[in-house]
Design a protein around this ligand. Structure first.
Ligand code: NAD
Ligand code: IPM
Ligand code: MN
Length: 370
């Protein structure tokens, strides 16, 4: 039987609680017996900083490099607000993305039928919504140099972040978006700000050139990122795939989450380039949300984003599409049965905590697999 090595990095806050639910789902698939997932757990974020003084150790990075997939919870929290930038909890996640070369971040925003009234948008705007945001993840203003705060002679401070993109970085993420669109609705919106930013001009040029080998079946539209943000709440269903840079992708995906009912619903896959020999990609799977300090440690978090992130691992890393579909069905039927964590609570529904939601999904999975 094939054994896959999973590195679990729960991190901080609700990451710990939602990864615990993923562990139960992993156990389920181990018992099902088609493949074996061997799991190892390590520290990242504030938890790693507290123990080791860094947001991720070299030893944990080494495990991440060797794992078949990393399953990540969340990092950060007010406890670490004052720590130096280079060792902030978030730096652990950024190092993982950069060192593993995870340039393609897939953030699907899907509105489950049962949640069409849980969104802050009207039912008719979100019912049947299925968007894929393709966020560039290892470039742009997150990593561009210089990145610094300097004190000027006058005594005032000057902070600099630098947005940088090269042709090849844009081309490879555009290809990911066009390839995905071919298997979906054949439509890509490319969001940038070419009206203000040089990186936007280059982004637009390279995406247009890359599109030539996908036309005419895949349609491409360019959209300014601010308009894209507005259109996402005006009429989200006009979108199929949105490809965008690291920072716009961060913001637009949180925004798109609300069309699905909650940030607690959005999973993601962060993928590297296929290995030249084996074709395998480095991969990290993580919910889009953070450590939610306001509800952490209370058993209130919605585990669906993290569980669905493991579903994306089944699909994208382990060629277990059927099992991923089964997991999606289990989630959909638990929601259809009226179970709700606080973030997606609606009148007349049955309010549950993190572990109860995890148990219900597991139970459905057992039934569906039987
Ligand atoms: P957040 O995503 O942690 O929370 C935003 C709001 O959404 C909060 O009200 C929270 O309670 C709610 N929420 C988020 N996930 C939820 C879930 N699964 N179930 C129910 N409610 C949920 O964003 P924030 O508060 O701006 O950031 C908190 C910390 O998390 C910061 O340190 C930030 O840097 C970090 N962060 C980490 C990641 C990550 O690890 N990938 C992502 C985003 C933010
Ligand atoms: C996300 C988060 C991260 C980001 C932070 C925690 C570094 O907000 O994954 O969306 O900005 O990319
Ligand atoms: Mn974010």
């Amino acid at each position: 039987m094939t054994t896959y090595n999973l590195l679990l990095l729960p991190g901080d806050g609700i990451g710990v609680e939602t990864i615990a639910e993923v562990e139960r789902i992993v156990d389920f698939f181990n018992k099902a017996g088609k493949v074996k997932f061997a799991t190892e757990t390590d520290l990242v974020g504030g938890a790693a900083y507290d123990k080791h003084g860094v947001a991720i150790t070299d030893a944990a990075m080494d495990k991440a490099q060797k794992a078949d997939a990393v399953i990540f919870g969340a990092v950060g929290g007010p406890k670490w607000d004052g720590v130096p930038y280079a060792v902030r909890p978030e730096a652990g996640l950024l190092r993982l993305r950069k060192d593993l070369g995870l340039f393609a971040n897939l953030r699907p925003a899907i509105c489950y039928p049962a949640l069409a009234d849980a969104s802050s948008l009207k039912r008719e705007l979100v019912e049947g919504l299925d968007i894929m945001i393709v966020r560039e993840l290892t470039g742009g203003v997150y990593f561009g140099e210089p990145k610094e705060i300097v004190t000027l002679e006058s005594g005032e401070k000057r902070a600099v972040d630098t947005q940088v993109y090269t042709t090849s970085e844009i081309e490879r993420i555009a290809k990911v978006a066009f390839d995905l669109a071919r298997r979906r609705g054949n439509k890509v919106h490319s969001a940038e700000k070419r009206n203000v930013m040089r990186t936007g001009v280059l982004w637009n040029e390279v995406v247009t050139a890359t599109h030539k080998s996908y036309a005419p079946d895949v349609k491409l539209e360019h959209i300014l990122a601010d308009n894209c943000a507005m259109q996402l709440v005006r009429n989200p269903k006009q979108f199929d795939v949105i490809v965008t840079d690291n920072l716009f992708g961060d913001v637009l995906s949180d925004e798109a989450a609300m069309a699905t009912g909650s940030l607690g619903m959005l999973p993601s896959a962060s993928l590297g380039a296929p290995d030249a020999k084996t074709g395998k990609r480095k991969a990290l799977y993580e919910p889009v949300h953070g450590s939610a300090p306001d509800i952490a440690g209370k058993g209130l978090a919605n585990p669906i984003a993290t569980i669905a992130s493991f579903g994306m691992a089944l699909r994208y890393s382990f060629d277990m599409g059927e099992e991923a579909d089964l997991l999606d069905k289990a989630i959909a039927s638990v929601l259809a049965a009226g179970l709700r964590t606080g973030d997606i609570m609606q009148p007349g529904m049955n309010k549950v905590g993190t572990a109860e939601m995890g148990s219900a999904i597991l139970e459905q999975l057992r039934k569906l697999a039987a």
